[in-house]
Each structure stands twice: as structure tokens, then as C-alpha cells.
Design a protein around this ligand. Structure first.
Ligand SMILES: Nc1nc2c(ncn2[C@@H]2O[C@H](COP(=O)(O)OP(=O)(O)OP(=O)(O)O)[C@@H](O)[C@H]2O)c(=O)[nH]1
Length: 601
């Protein structure tokens, strides 16, 4: 297809504003997917995405649109996630595009990630096409929201299409607008190849598959390619696109978004953000890559069965191909044995990675409670980064500790401003600023410790505003805080994987809450287990897990063997995610107790 008839675009939006639904309608209306294969949120291909109803991964698909001017246009549509944890995926997809369709829910208006995503699109010099969605809802106020987009973002909305992605109303106009208003790719097919790797995955049969946006030049089977960052060279075995099924093509040209397979067995050779060129006619310069994302949250991942350490290592390396923001390095824990310290962009990201490792690589894992990176200033003048509470030096060697703070922007209807201010205060937030957005909403700006944000801030914010608040945050700076390490002892023994770092003012409450929670979560065993929280050797809270009195089998009357077996199997099942630590068996939930405890009482 002629390059001027190509359109590469992303759909960007705040979570739940209807990106995936709009993508579904576009695929349907262009007959990209046959009716019988059509299912809701078709681009959310992972089971995990479908179950949770959220987009986690970006997804690229090629389709042909027959426009009203009689010409055919080739669209590459890249669906992107909306949750703040996955902004990295969004920025990668945007680098592969020339334009973006901005979907705004006409009932909810501009939200925090609407703005965050628009800024990312502007950073990538994309043309933005605003679209008002959900106009079928009785509460939709398209005119008010248009004004809001103009005021807050500065985009002209006079021609913005008003649609219902659900029913398909006016989606045809969006397709026409894409043709008219979004630009064609600018590259030159006669120049040396420059293909931006925006994603990759490991295929057990074909090796690493690189997803690319061809910015200049062409590539076909048999070409010798070079990854410019790593210098690795391979011979291309196949190229193609996704429709969303994988389709093999003769050649990928400038403006195409597709995949390259080259029997790449060495995972390290492929890096998302790298540029592929041809070995015999290389480009002078690589394309501008992506900013390395710094993980916000760290946690240990350990195989329940120690023998599967190597499998976990292998799985992490493969998963990293498909999720470049994941970081990991080996670590050991007295309690849990050999595992990995992993860095994530947020808790949802951590949850998703853990679940993908379990599902896609059949692993059984224990994750330790998440931590941010602390800067520890020792009395000897040295500074070290500590991302694992267990690794904190003894208190007498510490001069002071700094923790990461973020700038949080919270958009909230006026009647909830008080509730949000209360919440921010409780979470050690410091008020910075407040702006009036429109008649009904305010934007609150706080500086807050990241550690308070990552735990339950999001849920608490939603529940105290009936779901009406939205927020976005970015790292601001490190600040000195009065922090201490709290150890947890089970049966008199410190369990390193349960240690947490807390603010001194919260230590007693958290210590209490933590011991109570652990008592709830750790099943009774044959003997009584004291549970203690201690700071610097001084116990600040304690409780006991009483000894088990009855044997489960006692419940089975007579000799009903099948029932007995079932019960034992059930017990075994429940044990899967348990780890024997010393003489105590600890379930996965206990390691995450810090996330579920209520320490406000
Ligand atoms: N009434 C109405 N509901 C819609 C419309 N478009 C989408 N929805 C609903 O809004 C919800 C969210 O839609 P999605 O398409 O999954 O939203 P998304 O923006 O892709 O969300 P993420 O993928 O999680 O970022 C779903 O329950 C949709 O059925 C619409 O035009 N009208």
C-alpha cells in the first residue's frame, strides 16, 4: 500500500473510558475479524486481561479501511493499557505511532490518566483526535466535557465526534477522521532500515519475536539484520503483521507495524527500544529509544519448591522480553531460600507479573511484601540504596534514612475535597496546591511518601469518593524521614522476609495490626506459636496462635475412604502456596499481610 495511505495510531484514554470497546467496533466495522470470531475486548488476548477486564499489554493489529473517498487505507491500531502502572506500555506504543485517538467518557470527563496520556502523546509529537464516548448514557454531557478538554488540554473540540463505542453509533465518523486528520508515516523506504523494537516475546519454537515499527527502509526474509544497541546479528526467517492473527508477509515497508522472526535464541540480544538495521547497509544512527523506567516497588519472588529456582530464573528472563519494565536479580532469604529481588512499576504490575509467572510458566511462588528504595546514610558517611527491609543495617550504624516522595495530583468533585485531604494527611502527605478545574471539580496536589501511595491509597481514595476521584503521580524527590525497621518473630525467631520499614509514629499501630493479621492468616499448627513485632530487639506487640486441637480427619466418620482422600487432597491444595520456615508453615498471604491490615484503629 502507498505510504500516504497508511495511518499508525493508538487509542489513549483514562481507564474504563472505552478504548478496548472502540477497538472492538473498529475491527468489526472494517471486517478485520469475522463475526463468528468476534468476542468482546478482542485485543485483550491474555486470559488475565479478559478476567480482570483491563488491558495490561499493548497490542498491535493491522486492518484495511475502505474510506468514503473510495480509497483503501492501511491502519495499524495499537491498543494500550490505561492504568497508571502501565504507563510504560503506553509510551512505547506511542513511539510506534503518528497519531492518537483520545477517548474521553462523556459522563466522567477528563480524568488524571487522560491528561497523563495526552502529555505522553504530545511528547511523541503525535496528532491527537479527541472523541467523546458513552453518549448513550443518560448522564453524558458531551458539550460540557468538550469545553473541559479545550480548557484543560487545549485541544480544539469543535469537530470532536460523539460516539457510543458500545452500540457503534458514529464510529464510522471516527474512521473517516483518522484518515483525514491523522498524518501518514513520514519515513523514507529508500533509506537504510531503521525499525523500532517496541515489544517482544519468546516463542518456544521460533525464539524471540520482535515487534517493530518500520521508520525507514524495508526488511524481508533472508536479510541480515543487526540490533544496534547489542550489536547482535541474525538472518531474518520470517516477517509479518497481526490482523490480529499472525500473517506472514513478503516484506515490511516503511510505515508498517509488524513482527520479525530470526531464530533468535539469545534473549539478551533483543531489547525493547532498540533499533534494528541491516548488517550490510546499516543506518548511521539508532532511533531515539525509550527512557529506562525505574521500578517503584521491589519485592522478593521465591519458588515454593526450592528445586525450581532455575525455572524461575528462566521464566523471568523470558517474561522480561514481553515486559521490559520488569527488573530482577538473585537474592537469598534465611526464611525462603534462593529467589529473586524484582522491581515493578506498581502493585498491580507486581500482581500481574506474579500471576503470569504462575500461569504461563507453571510456577508456584511466594512473594514477599513490597518495598520502595530507601537511601540509607550510615554513620561512617557512606550512602546505600536499600530495597529490602531485611537488608537495612543495624540501627546504631544508621545516621538517617531518606524515602522517595511523589507529587500526587488528584482530580476530585468538590464535595469530596475534605475526604481526600483527610486521607492525604493520614498518609503523611504534605499539601502543595489546589486548583479549580471547573464548576464541580478541583485538582489537589500533594507531596506524599511513595510507600504510602503504593499500598492502599488508590482503594482508599476510590472508596472515600464513591469512585469519583482519579489520580496520577510521579517521583519528586528523596526526603529525610523518621523510619525504623520492624521485625516479626514467629516462635521466637526473626523471619527476615516479614520485616518491614515503617515510620516511627506509626510503628505501634502497625506492629499491633501486623501481629493480629498474622494470627488470622497463619493456620494453627501442632504447637502454640508466639507472634511478635519488635523494633531493634524491643518487642512492641505480641499475640499467640493457639495450638491445633483436632486432627482434620477426626471429622470423617466411619471409614469413608474417598471422603478422607478428598479432605487430604483439599488440604494439600491449600498447602501449595505455603512455605515451611523453621518449624512454622507460613502461607503466601502472611507475607503480604502488610497490604491487607487495618492500622487506623
Ligand atoms: N454505556 C456505554 N458503555 C460503554 C461504552 N463504551 C464502553 N463502555 C463500557 O465501559 C467499560 C470499559 O470499557 P473498556 O473498553 O474495557 O475500557 P478501556 O478504556 O479499554 O479500559 P482498560 O482496557 O482497562 O484501560 C465496559 O464495561 C464497556 O462495556 C459506551 O459507548 N457506552
Amino acid at each position: 500500500m502507498d505510504q500516504k495511505n497508511i495511518r499508525n495510531f493508538s487509542i489513549i484514554a483514562h481507564i474504563d473510558h472505552g478504548k478496548s470497546t472502540l477497538a472492538d467496533r473498529i475491527l468489526e466495522m472494517t471486517d478485520t475479524v469475522e463475526k463468528r470470531e468476534m468476542k468482546d475486548q478482542i485485543l485483550d488476548s491474555m486470559d488475565l486481561e479478559r478476567e480482570r477486564g483491563i488491558t495490561i499489554k499493548l497490542n498491535a493489529v493491522q486492518l484495511v479501511y475502505h474510506a468514503k473517498d473510495g480509497q483503501d487505507y492501511l491502519f495499524h491500531l495499537i491498543d494500550t493499557p490505561g492504568h497508571v502502572d502501565f504507563t510504560y506500555e503506553v509510551s512505547r506504543s506511542l513511539a510506534a505511532c503518528d497519531g492518537a485517538v483520545l477517548v474521553v467518557d462523556a459522563a466522567q470527563g477528563v480524568q488524571a490518566q487522560t491528561l497523563a496520556n495526552v502529555y505522553l502523546a504530545l511528547d511523541n509529537d503525535l496528532e491527537i483526535l479527541p472523541v467523546l464516548n458513552k453518549i448513550d448514557l443518560p448522564s453524558a454531557q458531551p458539550d460540557v466535557v468538550k469545553q473541559e478538554i479545550e480548557d484543560l488540554i487545549g485541544l480544539d473540540c469543535s469537530d470532536a465526534v460523539e460516539i457510543s463505542a458500545k452500540s457503534g453509533l458514529n464510529v464510522d465518523q471516527v474512521l473517516e477522521e483518522i484518515v483525514k486528520r491523522l498524518p501518514a508515516p513520514k519515513g523514507n523506504r529508500n533509506k537504510p532500515l531503521q525499525a523500532l523494537v517496541f515489544d517482544s516475546l519468546y516463542d518456544p519454537y521460533r525464539g524471540v519475536i520482535a515487534f517493530v515499527s518500520i521508520k525507514n527502509g524495508t526488511v524481508k526474509k533472508g536479510d541480515r539484520i543487526r540490533f544496534m544497541a547489542t550489536g547482535a546479528e541474525y538472518e531474518v526467517t520470517e516477517v509479518g503483521v497481526r490482523t490480529p492473527k499472525e500473517v506472514v508477509e513478503e516484506q515490511l515497508n516503511t510505515g508498517d507495524v509488524g513482527w520479525i522472526s530470526a531464530a533468535i535464541k539469545n534473549i539478551e540480544d533483543v531489547r525493547v527500544g532498540d533499533t534494528i538495521t541491516k548488517a550490510d547497509e546499516p543506518a548511521d544512527q539508532p532511533l531515539e529509544g525509550y527512557k529506562e523506567m525505574q521500578p517503584m516497588v521491589y519485592a522478593g519472588l521465591y519458588p515454593v519448591d526450592n528445586a525450581r529456582y532455575e525455572d524461575l530464573k528462566d521464566a523471568l528472563a523470558k517474561l522480561k522480553l514481553n515486559d521490559a519494565s520488569l527488573q530482577f536479580e538473585p537474592e537469598t532469604s534465611q526464611a525462603l531460600g534462593f529467589g529473586f529481588r524484582c522491581g515493578f512499576l506498581g502493585l498491580l504490575h507486581m500482581d500481574v507479573i506474579e500471576e503470569r509467572l504462575e500461569r504461563e510458566y507453571n510456577l508456584n511462588l511466594i512473594a514477599t511484601s513490597p518495598s520502595v528504595i530507601y537511601k540509607v546514610y550510615r554513620t561512617d558517611g557512606t550512602v546505600e540504596d536499600v530495597d529490602n527491609p531485611a537488608a537495612l543495617p543495624p540501627a546504631q550504624n544508621i545516621d538517617h534514612i531518606e524515602e522517595p516522595y511523589v507529587r500526587a495530583e488528584i482530580m476530585v468533585p468538590k464535595e469530596y475535597v475534605g475526604a481526600i485531604m483527610d486521607l492525604c494527611q493520614k498518609k503523611r502527605g504534605e499539601y502543595i496546591d489546589m486548583q479549580v478545574l471547573d464548576d464541580v471539580r478541583m485538582n489537589l496536589v500533594y507531596e506524599m511518601p511513595l510507600s504510602e501511595i503504593i499500598f492502599d491509597f488508590f482503594d482508599k481514595m476510590k472508596s472515600s469518593t464513591k469512585g469519583y476521584a482519579s489520580f496520577d503521580y510521579s517521583f519528586s524527590r528523596y526526603k529525610r524521614s523518621n523510619l525504623v525497621k520492624m521485625d516479626i518473630l514467629l516462635n521466637g525467631q526473626v523471619i527476615d522476609a516479614l520485616s518491614i520499614i515503617v515510620h516511627k509514629d506509626f510503628a505501634y499501630n502497625r506492629g499491633n495490626a501486623m501481629t493480629i493479621k498474622l494470627k488470622e492468616l497463619i493456620p494453627k499448627q501442632q504447637f502454640e506459636i508466639p507472634v511478635q513485632a519488635a523494633i531493634g530487639g524491643k518487642v512492641i506487640a505480641r499475640t499467640n496462635i493457639k495450638a491445633l486441637r483436632k486432627n482434620v480427619l477426626a471429622k470423617c466418620y466411619g471409614g469413608d475412604i474417598s471422603r478422607k482422600k478428598k479432605l487430604l487432597e483439599k488440604q494439600k491444595e491449600g498447602k501449595k502456596r505455603m512455605k515451611m520456615v523453621g518449624s512454622v508453615e507460613i502461607p503466601q498471604e502472611a507475607f503480604m499481610a502488610v497490604l491487607s491490615m487495618d492500622d487506623e484503629g
